[in-house]
Ligand binder design. Structure first.
Ligand code: 13P
Ligand code: SF4
Length: 364
């Protein structure tokens, strides 16, 4: 975890990691600067079938965003489900929820631009209250965090007074504030096993709760939320692809149904999938998750093949380069993330408990 996985790898990515000269007046003038930006984009995105002319169309935007970013002292975080123009055109860090939370707290930038959904930007604000946190797509929600309120958690606590509330990171700050400890797709089992309580109210992902129940002797009582992307995969569709690609390893997100998880070679979060691919000798993989991850990995692992099905998350795809430029120049009130201080302090405690268990210490 950490920077190596939140940064690109491979030759295409190397050129993208070079310090951006695009921000300042480019040597040789604007036209030469645009040519270089187009080359940089094409070097990464050519693997995905993007032609150079296409890259040239959005090079002025990425160039301008990178200039504005430097001017504002901002860092841009992008979840792996974002589109390739965001991931490889402008992002400083790419990663899963846990990695980005950690990056958000460690960065020395004054401003965080979060290319992802609202709960992710809220997590960044909880961990970095002194920073200005901006969400380019203010209406980017999540079916999981929208399935439960803080009042629901308070009611559950009254109903099960001896239980701990473990909240998946895909929750609002208000729900985190009412919970005992947070977890991510990468560390759910470690958290459940790492707390003393035997009875666990797991919110909000019903399917992740069921998948955890299959791996622990503790009692998991799941809330009824689901991810609109991951709940759609079926064992039948996996088997159909397995027939065509018998040598492909099947990597399934733990937000999927247990019968889909049971058919997997590996079940985990997006970060677990990336780590697995790095260390695997297989050439071919089927990623049972949102489509953005396969695009990211086609860029980073050009020698591997990613086959099969995927589903788009409408929330994750709301971020656009144009909105990122807008948020860096003149953010609207709904693009500036605020978390009420008493909620923030309690939500941070819930995140800190997670970091204590996973031994990842954060600054106070
Ligand atoms: P991870 O990248 O943490 O596995 O999260 C998946 C997801 O659905 C985020 O909304
Ligand atoms: Fe939420 Fe699912 Fe979209 Fe992730 S992929 S933001 S869990 S709806």
């Amino acid at each position: 975890m950490g920077i190596p996985e939140t940064s690109p790898s491979g030759p295409a990515a190397e050129s993208l990691r070079r310090p951006g000269s695009a921000g300042t007046a480019p040597p040789g003038g604007r036209r030469a600067g645009l040519e270089r930006e187009t080359d940089r984009l094409f070097h990464a995105l050519g693997h995905l079938g993007w032609v150079r002319e296409e890259c040239g169309l959005f090079a002025p935007l990425t160039l301008e965003i990178r200039r504005l970013k430097e001017e504002a002292g901002a860092t841009i975080l992008a979840h792996s489900y974002q589109t390739p123009d965001i991931l490889y055109g402008i992002a400083d860090f790419r990663g899963d929820s846990l990695q980005l939370s950690i990056e958000a707290s460690k960065t020395s930038a004054d401003v965080i631009v979060f290319c992802g959904v609202r709960f992710m930007a809220e997590t960044a604000k909880i961990l970095s209250p002194e920073k200005r946190v901006l969400l380019p797509a203010p209406d980017a929600g999540c079916s999981l965090d929208e399935s439960i309120t803080a009042a629901d958690v308070r009611r559950l606590r009254r109903q099960y007074p001896d239980a701990a509330v473990v909240c998946y990171v895909n929750t609002t700050a208000a729900v985190k504030a009412e919970s005992t400890v947070c977890c991510t797709s990468a560390n759910g089992l470690e958290i459940v096993e790492g707390i003393p309580e035997r009875q666990i109210l797991f919110v909000p992902d019903q399917l992740m709760g069921k998948n955890l129940q299959a791996r622990t002797k503790k009692e998991i009582i799941p809330w009824g939320g689901t991810c609109i992307v991951h709940e759609t995969f079926t064992p039948e569709s996996l088997q159909a692809h397995r027939k065509h690609f018998p040598d492909a390893e099947i990597l399934v997100h733990t937000e999927c149904n247990p019968d889909v998880v049971a058919a997997a070679d590996l079940a985990g979060g997006t970060g677990d999938m990336i780590r697995h691919i790095k260390n695997s000798s297989s050439r071919r993989f089927m990623l049972v998750t949102e489509c953005g991850l396969a695009d990211r990995l086609r860029v980073e692992f050009p020698d591997r093949e990613f086959v099969g099905t995927c589903v788009l998350c409408p929330h994750m795809k709301k971020t656009e380069l144009r909105k990122v430029m807008e948020v860096l120049t003149d953010p609207g009130p709904d693009q500036i993330i605020e978390v009420e201080e008493s909620v923030r302090i309690r939500a941070k405690r819930t995140l800190d408990r997670m970091f204590e268990i996973t031994s990842r210490s954060l600054p106070a």
